[in-house]
Design a protein around this ligand. Structure first.
Ligand code: DC
Length: 220
């Protein structure tokens, strides 16, 4: 029997991370934050002085990834990188390196290895279109630019970073633009995706919508 996958894709700061981990928790499923993998490669590249267009080196860095995701924290080589990979600079680099087909191909295996019983909730940009095209439920989660910038601002402040909301707005628009217009695995809803705009909804409401949809369609 195939292991069921719920794919949740959407632009940056649309709330997919929180929603996906809450849905996974409710169903007792595993959880994949695919953006964290791109961020880990981006951080490794920044630390090693590897440029965003050096595909060969980026692929080598990706091959060396053996991250551990535990209780909401991300470990790599014995280092807790949970906060380091959330920095804006790292997110920007992740979006820049994510345009390379060879890097995406290298990360495919790692992402698919998260599919284990009893099920997986995977979030990112291409979970429903490329990585898990046979997902039982595909959700495309959006929110207005302003709402997303405000959420990102709140998140950064809570994590102890300083932030400027106008810079964040400009930055997330630039990142969306790049993620949506790259030739390989661009950010776009799968044809069979359930589209949900979370601008005026609470996290609880979004989680409920996704769970209702999944249970309605997929429980006997
Ligand atoms: O979801 P996030 O903001 O942590 O992702 C950071 C960047 O990684 C995002 O701007 C584009 C890239 N990414 C991707 O191309 N494909 C994914 N499945 C996840 C992230």
């Amino acid at each position: 029997m195939t292991v069921p996958v719920i794919a949740i894709d959407g632009p940056t700061a649309s709330g997919k991370g929180t929603v996906a981990s809450r849905v996974a928790q409710a169903l007792g499923f595993h959880y994949l934050d695919s953006g964290a993998l791109y961020r880990l490669v981006a951080l490794a590249a920044l630390e090693a002085g590897v440029e965003a267009d050096n595909v060969q080196e980026l692929v080598r860095l990706a091959r060396g990834l053996a991250p551990r995701f535990e209780a909401g924290r991300v470990w790599q080589d014995g280092r807790d990188l949970t906060l380091a990979i959330r920095r804006e600079e790292v997110g920007r680099m992740a979006s820049r390196i994510a345009v390379h087909a060879a890097l995406r191909a290298e990360l495919l295996r790692l992402q698919r290895a998260f599919r284990r019983p009893p099920g997986l909730v995977a979030e990112g940009r291409d979970m429903g279109t490329v990585v898990f095209p046979d997902a039982k439920l595909k959700v495309f989660l959006t929110a207005s630019d302003e709402v997303r910038a405000a959420r990102r601002y709140q998140q950064l402040i809570e994590q102890g970073f300083t932030a400027n909301i106008c810079d964040l707005l400009a930055d997330l628009r630039a990142r969306d633009e790049r993620d949506m217009n790259r030739p390989v695995a661009p950010l776009k809803p799968a044809e069979d995706a359930y589209r949900l705009d979370s601008s005026a909804l609470t996290i609880d409401e979004v989680v409920r919508c996704v769970l209702d949809r999944y249970r309605g369609e997929h429980t006997p």
